[in-house]
Write a protein that binds this ligand. Sequence first.
Ligand code: MG
Ligand code: ZN
Length: 214
Amino acid sequence: MEIKVVRDVLKANDSIAEENRRLLRSHGLRSLNLISSPGAGKTSLIEATIGQLPELRLGVIEGDIATTRDAERVATLGIPVVQITTRGACHLDASMVRSALTELPLSALDLVIIENVGNLVCPTSYDLGEDAKVVVISVPEGADKPIKYPEIIRRARLMVVNKLDLAPHCDCDLDAMERDARSIQPKLTSLRLSCRTGQGLEAWVEWLEEFRQG
Ligand code: MG
Ligand code: ZN
């Protein structure tokens, strides 16, 4: 019985996600769903993207349990942004995103990035209508994140390994991390970078440009 309820919730979510996807496509928009544990650097990656691609007409949806801090960081850079405050819910769902999309100037945008609530578990199960999920893992979290959270690795289009500048201070075997990730999804692309220093950002920009064409 319990299982049935969960399935029904996800089914309802999926049909709203499909509506979101159709809406985004009708505006010729591509979209990403950024998923990570808290503090891995999702907002920093958005800020770095804006810095690297000033011409990109980006729209951002920020999901957080509390505060509008991340949205403020993005708004400061002159980017249209909507904050979803989930009041305790540990993931975004498609209906929250549907409401947020009505607040964005969709016809004036090239790309929408949805920053999910910091959590590697349930955001994985909720389709928001995005074209691709990007998982962000930061070096201090340790090399065992992919193997411990295989579902997000299975569903991600890209794995970003952030805070590369901290690698000399952490016992994190990055090769092992990527090997584990590829044992779950053999063709997964992984990018090592540091939003703080800018190291590796050119590969992210290249990936993003390719994603936007595709
Ligand atoms: Mg954030
Ligand atoms: Zn949740």
